[in-house]
Ligand binder design. Structure first.
Ligand SMILES: Cc1cc2nc3c(=O)[nH]c(=O)nc-3n(C[C@H](O)[C@H](O)[C@H](O)COP(=O)(O)O)c2cc1C
Ligand code: SF4
Length: 422
């Protein structure tokens, strides 16, 4: 199998995840040490690296830090988004289980950069064993003076607490996450104000994904030029790719941004099991676009994906072999979104229910003339009219199947429907 390029997962699995001593031995906490010595240069270094958020939206990390750094407040927070609710994504779990001190170090660097003294890790409820590891590793870091009061003897305080969610996909959306932490029902907020200026309990709050924060230590130690030597011009660095579905070697692998889907499918994942042919790939998670096997040479990069009609998202790839039924897949995905919609806005609350009804009509062969137009119209209304990314992107898989397999709905559905009515 191809050699991985490990930055975030460097030494992951080689050392005890709990022991800060072992992490220190492999050069850990050197990025934080550097950050504490040259606080005023941290944000410029991160900006120069070109790091973009790895949670799905790809927002420039240095720019986000600068908004919070420039906002005056008596208290600021760093919140690590470890909700990882996207079906098919489990990359953040690997970081937290195998090398959690790199995440703590990244959070501390971000805290020093913006002047925050408290951090939280918002962990999905479905990861109880991850919580155990994080609690033990946090206690160990606190004992070693790496987090807590007077970190590394610098006079700076920064502690991290674990917050366990209640098992909701929408609480991965940054403002719903904040409401959930504040003890409210987890529903997205209207923006602005953005969390960087007015976040947790009204205070400026940095919210970043686990993988994003885990990139900061190496950037601080090795510098932006080194970071830019990997990945693409507009999205430098590596990415953790989650390969799942009909693939011989499913798992999480770290490669430079821009690695093609073909390389990940053939050389890393070993192709479909039992010699089956690949039919389609869902890119970027459950709300990402489904593309045909003919687009396998698309590089996994934000811009290249957008250009090809694929989705970069959090770097997930779900492979579907020749025996898969895309209408079954769409039904399954839409059921998930219908179930997880928080119900705050009408186009999503009602829209996902209607999308599911229509997909089932097509799947069962009972769709009527006009249903295809309805499906298209509703999808477009939802993309433009929903409050948050859940409702805005839940029609994506459907629209991509309509684009790349224009005959599928008609062939599989009307024909059966006609027969049923005959
Ligand atoms: C429905 C929904 C679920 C989300 N789930 C997650 C998640 O589990 N983890 C995550 O990091 N970001 C998630 N996001 C994106 C966050 O809102 C936010 O963009 C991200 O945490 C920012 O971090 P980053 O800049 O480091 O990527 C989700 C967004 C939406 C709309
Ligand atoms: S789009 Fe859906 S999940 Fe998002 S706020 Fe509206 S109802 Fe809630």
């Amino acid at each position: 199998m191809m050699e991985q390029v490990r930055v975030v997962l460097d030494h992951a699995g080689d050392i005890s995840p709990i022991s800060s001593e072992e992490y220190l031995r492999i050069g850990g906490y050197q990025g934080l040490k550097k950050a504490l010595e040259a606080t005023e240069t941290i944000i410029d270094t991160i900006k120069a690296s070109g790091l973009r958020g790895r949670g799905g939206a790809g927002f420039p990390t240095g720019l986000k830090l600068s908004f919070t750094a420039n906002t005056q407040a008596d208290q600021k927070y760093i919140v690590c988004n470890a909700d990882e609710g996207e079906p098919g994504t489990h990359k953040d779990r690997i970081i937290m289980v195998e090398i959690p001190h790199r995440l703590f170090e990244g959070m501390a660097i971000a805290a020093v950069a913006v002047g925050a003294s408290q951090g939280y890790i918002y962990l999905r409820a479905e990861y109880p064993y991850v919580a155990t590891i994080l609690e033990q590793a946090l206690a160990d870091a606190r004992r070693q003076g790496l987090i807590g009061s007077n970190i590394m003897g610098s006079g700076v305080d920064f502690d991290i607490q674990l917050f366990i969610g209640a098992g909701s996909y929408v609480c991965g959306e940054e403002t719903a996450l904040l409401d959930s932490m504040e003890g409210k029902r987890g529903e997205p907020r209207f923006k602005p104000p953005f969390p960087g200026v007015q976040g947790l309990w009204g205070r400026p709050t940095i919210i970043n994904n686990v993988e994003t924060l885990s990139n900061l230590p190496a950037i601080m130690v090795k510098g932006p030029k080194w970071f830019r030597s990997m990945g693409t011009e507009r999205c430098p660095g590596t990415k953790l790719f989650t390969l799942c579905g009909n693939i011989a070697h499913p798992g999480v692998y770290e490669f430079p941004v821009g690695t093609t889907i073909r390389t990940l499918f053939e050389e890393v994942g070993g192709g479909c099991p039992r010699g089956k042919k690949l039919m389609a790939v869902q890119t970027g998670g459950a709300s990402g676009n489904i593309i045909p096997a003919s687009l396998l040479d698309t590089p996994m990069d934000i811009d290249a994906c957008a250009e090809a009609g694929a989705t970069f998202g959090a770097g997930d790839l779900m492979f579907m072999d020749e025996d898969s039924c895309l209408l079954d897949v769409l039904e399954n995905l839409t059921e998930f979104f219908e179930e997880e919609s928080c119900g705050k806005c009408t186009p999503c609350r009602e829209g996902n229910t209607q999308l599911l009804r229509l997909i089932r009509e097509f799947r069962n062969g009972t769709a009527q003339e006009g249903d295809l137009n309805l499906l298209l119209e509703l999808s477009n209304v939802m993309r433009g009219g929903c409050l948050c990314g859940l409702g805005q992107s839940s029609p994506n898989p459907i629209l991509s199947v309509l684009r790349f397999y224009p005959d599928l709905f008609v062939e599989n559905s009307y024909r059966k429907g006609d027969l049923a009515y005959a």
